[in-house]
Design a protein around this ligand. Structure first.
Ligand code: DGY
Length: 385
């Protein structure tokens, strides 16, 4: 066991489950207790090393819930398997920190927490968009410094989005939610880049455009770009929502930044390494009217040299999913994934997760990303084997 502080819940439980951080709420603990689990939780806020997590497995560990700050690779899954581990869930929807192939090779199902972060993360992307465009943080600092000596026609001029073009990279759940908020709320045209078309989003924008026409207003449009470059060139504001993999690492580099409009806004709530942060610092220094909102960083928790001095960048510490409802929901889903595998319950196809958040959680795993690879049958939600 690591030197970090741990607490134990339900010590008489038959299945030993390790949780590498305190999670919010207590619903998740009830779920694991009902699945006869002895739950051991690391109460230290420090990030656990691979060695410390292996130490926590000891000679017997049936399941684990880990964090996006930990590298769940070959070494951890081998150790978990050797300790008798049967289930792992990431406490996140993104799982770029997990080597799913390594888990699959060891026969370990990997869960994640989709659905509960969608609107929450999109709302934070909207908050960062306006904080950057309307210079909220700069203006706040100015007020607190006692520098406000009266209204001025030229004080803190920012950008208006009404009827302009919003661009998104990655039109999955969160990207599409953000796009809907910006299109509907601010009558913006949408341009998006995603290897897969999002027909539901396109239909949504078309229907909204038709509605505007019935009111005698100009409709809004939605276009799927052939390339990410097209989005960077055309949009007045670009929000990043791709998954992080080798195709999206440093997707935003010096060249792409140079395609963007002088007064454009760039927002990132996906993963830090999608942006070449050193190139971003250089670009922001040279283009003071270009503004940025960042929730995630290339080498978290650090920021690249020069970033924190920039007035045209708003930074927050990876909190886009940080609402009580969402973080408790993530805990519930992660616990349900592990409990279901340990109890031999079915795995449900990804979709509506709301039933899991109610008082009577379904006896099922809400989201196992390698179920098919492991030959685990996946059921349509609500159907029982
Ligand atoms: C996730 O779930 O992937 C988020 O980054 C956590 O906020």
């Amino acid at each position: 066991m690591s030197k970090k502080a741990w607490r134990t819940h339900n010590p008489s439980g038959r299945n030993r489950v390790i949780i590498t951080k305190e999670l919010p709420g207590d619903r998740w603990l009830q779920i694991l207790t009902e699945a006869d689990c002895k739950v051991e939780i690391c109460t230290s806020p420090d990030i656990l090393s691979t060695e410390e997590i292996k130490g926590a497995f000891g000679s017997r560990c049936d399941g684990a819930i880990g964090q996006l700050t930990e590298e769940w690779g070959e070494e951890l899954f081998s150790a978990l398997k050797a300790a008798g581990g049967k289930a792992y869930s990431n406490y996140a929807v993104g799982y770029n920190n997990v080597n799913v192939d390594a888990a699959t090779k060891k026969g370990i199902p990997v869960g994640n927490t989709p659905g509960v972060l969608t609107e929450t993360t999109a709302e934070m992307a909207v908050a960062l968009t306006f904080a950057a465009a309307r210079r909220v943080v700069e203006a706040d600092r100015f007020m607190r410094a006692g520098s406000f000596h009266g209204w001025l026609p030229t004080l803190f001029l920012g950008e208006l989005f009404w009827r302009k073009t919003v661009g998104i990279i990655g039109a999955g759940r969160i990207g599409a939610a953000y796009a809907r908020m910006m299109v509907e709320g601010h009558k913006m045209n949408l341009i998006y880049y995603d290897p897969y078309p999002n027909k539901a989003l396109e239909d949504y924008v078309a229907a909204y455009g038709d509605f505007l026409k019935t009111r005698g207003e100009q409709p809004v449009s939605c276009g799927r770009a052939e390339s990410a470059d097209e989005v960077f060139r055309e949009a007045d504001l670009v929000s990043l929502h791709p998954v992080l993999d080798e195709t999206t690492h440093h997707l935003i580099n010096k060249e792409r930044l140079s395609l963007m409009k002088e007064h454009a806004i760039l927002v990132n709530t996906s993963r830090g390494p999608v942006i070449d942060e050193a190139a971003l610092v250089a670009h922001c220094k040279e283009h003071p009217d270009f503004r940025v909102g960042l929730d995630v960083f290339e080498n978290e928790p650090a920021m690249k040299h020069g970033l924190k001095e920039l007035d045209n960048v708003v930074v927050v510490p990876h909190i886009a999913s940080a609402t009580i409802w969402t973080r408790e929901g993530m805990a519930t889903l992660a616990a349900s994934n592990v409990a279901a595998i340990l109890m031999g319950y079915p795995v449900w196809q990804e979709g509506d997760i709301l039933p899991f958040l109610g008082d009577e959680a379904p006896k099922a795993a809400p989201s196992i990303v390698n179920a098919r690879e492991l030959g685990i049958q996946v059921y349509r939600k609500g159907t029982r084997p």
